[in-house]
Design a protein. Structure first.
Ligand SMILES: NC(=O)C1=CN([C@@H]2O[C@H](COP(=O)(O)OP(=O)(O)OC[C@H]3O[C@@H](n4cnc5c(N)ncnc54)[C@H](OP(=O)(O)O)[C@@H]3O)[C@@H](O)[C@H]2O)C=CC1
Ligand SMILES: O=C(O)C1=N[C@H](C(=O)O)C[C@H](O)C1
Length: 271
């Protein structure tokens, strides 16, 4: 078994990019081979470790995957949907595995990633934290016991800079619950309410989004009956939980065959 996996990070100067660099430095089984930023960035040539505030790592920010092709085996990508599709295409053409944390993909973009995963191993997960991946299991149980007769609402809160809504995690929560109940999320999801909405459709799954300040990420699923309700909540207080999960995913993915995987498979929570 390999002892150290060489990674590259795209979106290296982003909120997640910098946290991923810091996390890589803390993992003996991970070697940071390259950190990439958009060409034209003023950060070109800056040491990635200095950028992340953890001291020099002797890896200078560069502007293309082509230049880093010999320096890594697994790419970790937390950028934007458009960029992630381009980066996955590049990985498929160059035989590199990729861990994708980006959220906000549309159906067509997801299909393209699925097709690239026929050529190389891909982990695609809207949330890399252990707690959230455990939460999928708790949601399945709650849906099984209460889902058919309770009102189901999903509430998520994130920082003011977040671009997509609802969050990828909230959408996945909805999918997990809808799948368990045999409902089609595309048909039963209600994204926010306003005006004379009429009484609640009992089969609907509602989504509410808060964007405020520096909230890192909070998700609640509510199963409400008359007289009682269950709320399952996950709160992130540090991006390091996502970054550490990504390191785990990169190390695991190095040994896998081509295919599309999720974080539950990385964590051994499903086969
Ligand atoms: N799966 C998970 O566990 C988590 C997922 N996320 C997701 O990760 C993504 C990034 O989040 P966050 O780090 O907060 O965002 P940031 O905006 O802080 O960082 C995004 C980075 O990607 C770069 N980037 C964006 N578009 C492109 C492009 N077209 N080409 C090249 N580089 C690009 C940005 O460069 P520039 O500044 O020049 O635009 C920036 O460096 C989001 O989709 C978010 O939802 C976040 C946390 C956890
Ligand atoms: O943008 C973020 O910050 C986060 N995005 C992910 C999502 O959309 O679910 C994961 C986490 O909640 C943080």
């Amino acid at each position: 078994m390999i002892e150290q996996v060489r990674i590259a990070i795209t979106g290296g100067s982003g909120r997640m990019g910098r946290t991923l660099i810091e996390s890589a430095k803390q993992h003996d089984n991970i070697f940071l081979g390259a950190a990439i930023e958009r060409s034209g960035s003023t950060l070109m040539g800056v040491d990635a470790g200095e950028l992340a505030g953890v001291g020099a790592m002797n890896v200078l920010i560069t502007d293309s995957l082509d230049k880093a092709v010999d320096d890594f085996d697994v790419l970790i990508d937390f950028t934007s949907p458009e960029a992630s599709v381009i980066h996955t295409d590049w990985c498929a053409r160059h035989g590199k595995a990729i861990v994708i944390g980006t959220t906000g993909f549309n159906h067509a973009q997801k299909e393209r990633i699925t097709s690239y995963a026929e050529k190389v191993p891909v982990v695609l997960a809207p949330n890399m934290s252990v707690g959230v991946n455990l939460m999928w299991k708790l949601l399945e149980l709650a849906a099984e016991v209460m889902g058919d007769y309770s009102d189901i609402e999903i509430i998520e809160s994130h920082h003011r800079h977040k671009k997509d809504a609802p969050s990828g995690t909230a959408l996945k929560m909805g999918e997990v619950i809808a799948d368990k109940l045999g409902r089609d999320l595309d048909k039963c999801a209600i994204y926010g309410r306003e005006g004379m909405t009429g009484e609640r459709d009992r089969e609907s799954i509602g989504f509410s989004t808060i964007r405020a300040g520096d909230i890192i990420g909070e998700h609640t699923a509510m199963f409400a009956d008359v007289g009682e309700r269950i709320e399952i909540t996950h709160k992130s207080s540090s991006r390091m939980t996502y970054a550490n999960g990504s390191m785990r995913a990169a190390f695991w993915l190095y040994d896998q065959d081509a295919g599309l995987y999720d974080m539950q498979q990385v964590l051994g929570l499903k086969s």
